[in-house]
Design a protein around this ligand. Structure first.
Ligand code: FE2
Ligand code: FE2
Ligand code: FE2
Length: 192
């Protein structure tokens, strides 16, 4: 007889997977940032640091609900496989595209089926922030492949991170409030 898994159990399992994935993402980008800094790609290092902070915000948002629902919070980090920065950017793009195209859309659908608005919202915020990461990592990768060393990838430019949803942008002042979670722009953190 097939085992029927209740939707609520899948909801909790997905939330834990998302939480663990974001914590691993945070650790991976911290390591990639150190590598990029060592190779002189200061702008790319800033972007990895900003994305690392954003992934931690996603983990915290997911983790807060996971805890409220009584889910498993134990976390054993994956070892980070770090290469040269060009390879690390390809890894980052692939990871962000997977989250944008597959992981978060399927998790959002499942949360909707369970009519859990808090879970749906934490996924939607992460999904929208990952779109910005995918765009920024793609641009960095394209510039590096073109050996465009006169561009932002070598400069220690700042990136701005929303403390509510992890939205990440290179724009110093984009709007009065975050386009994803409506957090006031003055609360955004600058990462250099
Ligand atoms: Fe994330
Ligand atoms: Fe991301
Ligand atoms: Fe936000």
């Amino acid at each position: 007889m097939p085992v029927i898994v209740p939707e609520s159990a899948i909801l909790l399992e997905n939330l834990r997977k998302a939480y663990v994935s974001e914590l691993n993402g945070h650790a991976r980008y911290e390591e990639f940032a150190a590598k990029a800094e060592g190779e002189g790609w200061h702008g790319v290092a800033c972007l990895f640091r900003a994305a690392a902070i954003a992934e931690q915000i996603h983990a915290d948002n997911h983790g807060q609900i996971l805890r409220q629902l009584g889910g498993e919070m134990d976390f054993a980090p994956h070892p980070v496989n770090s290469g040269i920065t060009l390879e690390n950017l390809r890894t980052a793009v692939a990871g962000e595209v997977f989250e944008v195209d597959i992981l978060y859309p399927s998790f959002v659908d499942q949360a909707r089926q369970c009519r859990d608005e808090a879970v749906e919202r934490t996924y939607t915020w992460a999904l929208e922030a990952e779109k910005a990461h995918a765009r920024l990592f793609n641009e960095a990768l394209a510039r590096m492949e073109l050996e465009d060393e006169e561009s932002w990838i070598t400069l220690a430019d700042g990136f701005y991170v929303c403390p509510g949803c992890g939205y990440t942008t290179e724009q110093q002042h984009e709007a009065e409030a975050c386009r994803i979670c409506n957090c006031g722009w003055t609360r955004f953190g600058v990462v250099r």
